[in-house]
Design a protein around this ligand. Structure first.
Ligand code: CP
Length: 312
């Protein structure tokens, strides 16, 4: 695991190992151990070309809890505003003895591009690229599901909303399929579902009553307005009426169904406040688990780098 760019192509034992390791890190923090020295002497740079609250902060906290030196690179005040290219910026940061870049970018494929151009001793973690992938988000979501449901084989999972533009949904579907989940449903208007939905191994629904019937896990998604250039959109009110998760619609699911959302949430658009803050919501738990999952992924990637260096 030198880089962590996408869930696609990863095998079930690796996804399970990430979650098992995150479980160990979670229990460390429960025992009030603030830090472990696993990444002492390592330098990690958060390279965020797109805004973030949860992902950037939890990567930073995860790196600090592993005792790494972590730097948040501020694009808006960097020399990129003077015309410096992405690769020149990257090579200059690399010259500061960087061991890992955590990359978020609005262009699909950006993390992969950077991974192809870094020095052999540097790891790259994808923190979300365009509509393509958000693998650590998917892993923290799988971890949250496993915590509540003990296993995937018998679960029905419904993902609601703007799947077309969602890197989170794409990575979640890949992770759920790899972990052998019972059934994956996607619910939304035709215009917000991927045209290749039928090839993703999911069941497609356009109405909440049948899509949510007897599901164990409900994942709501934000309308990714920033990625919908020129698309014909329903109004927020109309969208909420049809696809917003309310207490009434939640009753279609199993009584012990959990409600998830990767954040940021738009209350009154994809989810009612009473559901987002209600007893079935695990939305803030997802955020908490982001720290342990990112500790797991970063430590595994840098451990594989050290092993490689020893071989060489
Ligand atoms: N879920 C997620 O990626 O949130 P941020 O944009 O705040 O990082």
């Amino acid at each position: 695991l030198r880089h962590f760019l996408t869930i696609e192509g990863l095998k079930r034992p690796l996804l399970t190992e990430i979650m098992d390791r995150a479980e160990q890190f979670s229990s460390i923090s429960h025992r009030q151990v603030k830090k472990v020295p696993l990444l002492r002497g390592k330098t990690i740079i958060n390279l965020f070309f797109e805004n973030s609250t949860r992902t950037r902060s939890t990567f930073e906290l995860a790196a600090k809890r592993l005792s790494a030196d972590v730097m948040n690179f501020n694009i808006s005040t960097s020399a990129t505003s003077k015309g410096e290219s992405l690769l020149d910026t990257l090579h200059n940061l690399e010259a500061m003895h960087t061991d890992m870049f955590v990359v978020r970018h609005d262009q699909s494929g950006a993390a992969e591009f950077i991974a192809q151009h870094v020095a052999p001793h540097v790891s790259v973690i994808n923190a979300g690229d365009g509509c393509h992938a958000h693998p650590t988000q998917a892993m923290l979501d799988m971890f949250t599901i496993r915590r509540h449901k003990q296993g995937f084989a018998n679960l029905r999972v419904a993902i609601i909303g703007d799947l077309l533009h969602s890197r989170v949904a794409r990575s979640q579907i890949q992770a759920l399929a790899t972990l052998g989940v019972g059934e994956i449903r996607v619910i939304g208007p035709q215009t917000l579902l991927p045209r290749d939905s039928h090839t993703l191994g999911v069941h497609v629904y356009h109405d909440m009553a049948s899509g949510l019937k007897d599901v164990d896990v409900i994942i709501t998604l934000r309308l990714q307005l920033e990625r919908m250039q020129g698309a014909l959109l329903p109004s927020a009110r109309e969208y909420f009426r049809c696809y917003g998760l309310t207490e009434e619609k939640l009753k279609y699911a199993k009584p012990d169904a959990i409600v998830m959302h990767p954040g940021p949430i738009n209350r009154g658009v994809e989810i009612a406040s009473s559901v987002a803050d209600g007893p079935q919501s695990v939305i803030l738990e997802q955020v908490t688990h982001g720290i342990a999952i990112r500790m797991a992924v970063m430590s595994m990637a840098l451990a594989s780098q050290s092993e490689q260096a020893e071989i060489e």
